[in-house]
Design a protein around this ligand. Structure first.
Ligand code: NAD
Length: 332
């Protein structure tokens, strides 16, 4: 069966890793017609916006996209295209698995957890303003609807993947109303899943426990900002941003992208690790129901990692981006 899939190469290191992922996925033999569309700073002059309508239309039409990272200017300029895309398409669940990989030396073994991050509200709602010249205010939005929806997603994911425990992460001791509502929603949803163990944890304690004993955790569900931070921490437990994939899931569309950003200082050097986007491609194949092909890519990745010959700099090797993709394709 064939698919049409939107491909947003992104900017910075985006185009080179996106090309690597496209080649690996094409090597499965699945017939994919890649609809390549550009977004970000580079298209502002052409379309008057970093997120043109035809990009959103393409994702809506195809239902699935693979995306490279897009740069967001710091402190000024346009709002994050990544956040705008998730909000426009209502991609409410950001799913970021962190799993120990063969051959990658880290401080931990046996990490196998999933961060489920609420993707549409919290401080990412983008409601902020200056209060006079010397103060600024950002508004944190938490709703019952979005909180229950993301918690239900986390429990359903736990059921589907045979996972045992869901931990809700919050700061309800301080933000009694907003995070309090998130926690209340998590407890309500947890009651619907008596077979899955439930606990809640304050975000600072969660960070400490994750670096002490990450193997104790399974599915973590949390509001947007904590999810952004904790998922980078979890990437660090299993080998860093170079190996951390992600999925943004909504009811009508899904966008698969690495956790990392556009790493501009490495752009165009054919140097960075393509695994995060390749593993995002594996999540995409699973989402499409192509588990056999997803497993094939995963097996090839594991073999390359276990051999340790074709690794990029971040994993202690000297391979290029394209060279690592070639090695994976050869194993397939
Ligand atoms: P970053 O993730 O781009 O890079 C931080 C560092 O991590 C890099 O300098 C590099 O050392 C390492 N790194 C990242 N990806 C790697 C890879 N594939 N292989 C090897 N090493 C890798 O974070 P940043 O520098 O804070 O952000 C750069 C830009 O990316 C910013 O504009 C930010 O807004 C944007 N960003 C975009 C997304 C997205 O598109 N979803 C996500 C995060 C950040």
């Amino acid at each position: 069966m064939g698919y049409t899939i939107t491909l947003i190469p992104g900017d910075g290191i985006g185009p080179e890793i996106a090309e690597a992922a496209r080649r690996v996925i094409d090597a499965t033999g699945i017939a994919i017609d890649w609809e390549v569309v550009e977004a970000g700073e580079a298209v502002i002059d052409r379309y008057g916006t970093p997120l043109p309508d035809h990009v959103l239309e393409s994702i809506k039409r195809n239902g699935v996209a693979l995306k490279g990272p897009l740069t967001t200017p710091v402190g000024q300029g346009f709002r994050s295209v990544n956040v705008a895309l998730r909000q426009s398409l209502n991609l409410y669940a950001n799913v970021r698995p962190a799993r120990s990989l063969p051959g990658i030396k880290t401080r931990y073994e046996h990490v196998d957890l999933v961060v489920v991050r609420e993707n549409t509200e919290d401080l990412y709602a983008g409601i902020e303003h200056r209060v006079g010249r010397d103060a600024a205010e950002s508004i944190k939005i938490i709703t019952r609807e979005a909180s229950e929806r993301i918690c239900r997603y986390a429990f359903e994911l736990a059921c589907k993947q045979g996972r045992k425990k869901v931990t809700a992460v919050h700061k309800a001791n301080i933000m009694k109303l907003s995070d309090g509502l998130f926690l209340e929603s998590a407890r309500k949803v947890a009651a619907e899943y008596p077979d899955i163990e439930f606990e809640d944890m304050i975000v600072d304690a969660m960070c400490m426990k994750l670096v002490q004993a990450p193997e104790n955790y399974d599915v973590l569900v949390m509001p947007n900002l904590y999810g952004d931070i904790v998922s980078d921490l979890c990437a660090g437990l299993v080998g860093g941003l170079g190996v951390a994939p992600g999925a943004n899931i909504g009811t009508g569309a899904a966008v698969f992208e690495p956790v990392h950003g556009s790493a501009p200082k490495h752009a165009g050097k054919n140097k960075v690790n393509p695994l995060a986007i390749i593993l995002s491609g594996v999540l995409m194949l699973q989402h499409l129901g192509e588990s056999r092909h997803a497993d094939r890519v995963m097996r090839a990745v594991n073999e390359v990692l276990a051999e340790g010959k074709d690794l990029t700099y971040d994993l202690g090797g000297t391979a290029t981006t394209s060279g690592m993709a070639d090695a994976i394709i050869k194993k397939m």
